[in-house]
Design a protein around this ligand. Structure first.
Ligand code: VNL
Length: 395
């Protein structure tokens, strides 16, 4: 009796790893594929496709990755939550990834925790998101990460008085707080602040008010994509540039893929960000070349594409190390401290304590290069950790 019991037990244990071999790893991608912000989902998705094309062959023998794509249609937390629920319970995904928008990421976070499903954030940039679940890691950025060092830089580079205008939701609030702290801690003065609606904003009345208050600089955050071009147009049409007001902000306001639509009003705009398609690092030049070969010479990868690209690199790392048998906690352990010195944006690391990205921030100026507008990097702040977490001791 005891012999049989132990034999069965041994056999069961021996069979376990074999039975648990998930040769196909399922990744649920929640992304914005339709609506006015579909260009952003396309950036991330094209990067995912390109990464798959180049690196699928490096997966261990027999291991496959199945991507299950779902469209959240924009900043719609209820839709995102329902999609995540279905991906977890019906499709039985091993990981979740993607997510352009902060409210959507926040809505998904508790589901990742409950199901112990690793969730790789490829865009959403409000600092607190990574604290909302121990199963979240982020490979994109935070708004504090660009805006706080930029506030310091602006104060030290002869800007004394600034006006702050931001979209009225998480990333905007973070950009505002981060810039204000960096700027005022170093002697700068905020002469006015305004929060603009996230949905269908008309920037004209805001720009008029700001012009009338005549600040030296206007610091703006709006979500990247079409809003960035609308903002730039209002800034130019109302003549704020001609009135001598310098437009500054995180790189979302001069996102690479929208630059061709922005026109001359964008020239001279100074921003801080982690990625420019114009960067001359060899890893970036290879990335941009591969992108143009794949999607056409007139297309440009922007920071959201790089979020998708590096997110895939982190996912592939976890899949390879586990030979396709994905465990939630093991995946998180593999992501903590993961490094890549060959990212198009420069060296990156996932901070083992906060699961958030550590990366260079670059000061850039929009210039005409070879007939096209480009974000030209001219100064580097190396390996910035999310300052909101550093200052507030948040994990
Ligand atoms: C967010 C952050 C969205 C930065 C953005 O564009 C952006 C977000 C859509 O966290 O919602 O540029």
């Amino acid at each position: 009796m005891r012999f049989w019991k132990s034999l069965i037990a041994t056999a069961a244990v021996a069979l376990l790893p074999w039975a648990a071999t998930a040769q196909t790893v399922k990744i649920g991608i929640i992304n914005t594929y339709s609506g006015p912000n579909a260009t952003l989902g396309e950036q991330i998705d094209n990067a995912i496709k390109l990464y798959t094309k180049e690196y699928e062959k490096n997966l261990p023998p027999g291991v496959k990755i199945e991507l299950i794509r779902r469209d959240d249609t924009g900043p719609n937390p209820d839709v995102a939550k329902r999609l995540a629920q279905e991906l977890i319970t019906r499709d039985k995904v091993n990981m979740l990834a993607g997510v352009v928008w902060t409210p959507n990421a926040a809505a998904i976070a508790p589901l990742a925790t409950e199901a112990k499903i690793p969730f790789m954030i490829m865009n959403a940039g409000t600092a607190a998101i990574s604290t909302m679940s121990p199963y979240i890691a982020r490979v994109s950025f935070t708004l504090w990460q660009s805006s706080h060092p930029f506030g310091i830089w602006a104060a030290k580079n002869n800007i004394k008085k600034a006006f702050i205008a931001v979209s009225d939701y998480g990333p905007g609030h973070d950009a505002e707080a981060g810039f204000e702290k960096g700027f005022t801690d170093n002697g700068g003065q905020i002469v006015g602040k305004v929060r603009m609606p996230l949905a269908n904003p008309d920037f004209v009345p805001f720009m008029q008010r700001i012009k009338d208050s005549a600040p030296e600089a206007l610091f703006v955050f709006i979500p990247a994509g079409r809003q960035a071009t609308a903002l730039m147009k209002a800034f130019g049409d109302l003549g704020l540039d001609k009135a001598g007001i310098k437009l500054i902000g995180p790189g979302d306001i001069t996102t690479d893929e929208e630059l061709p639509n922005m026109g001359d009003a964008a020239i001279g705009v100074i921003t801080m960000h982690h990625y420019s398609a114009a960067a001359t690092r060899p890893a970036n030049q290879a990335f941009v070349q591969a992108w143009k070969r794949e999607y056409g010479p007139n297309t440009t990868p922007a920071f959201m594409a790089v979020g998708g690209w590096d997110g895939m690199a982190a996912i592939y790392h976890a899949v390879r190390e586990q030979k396709g048998r994905i465990d939630g906690d093991k995946t998180m352990a593999l992501w903590k401290g993961w490094k890549n010195d060959q990212s198009p944006r420069g060296p990156i690391m996932i901070d083992p304590e906060t699961r958030d990205i550590v990366q260079n921030e670059y000061v850039r100026r929009v210039e005409r290069v070879g007939g096209a507008l480009a974000n030209v990097e001219f100064e580097t702040i190396p390996m910035v950790k999310d300052p909101w977490k550093v200052i507030n001791n948040r994990k």
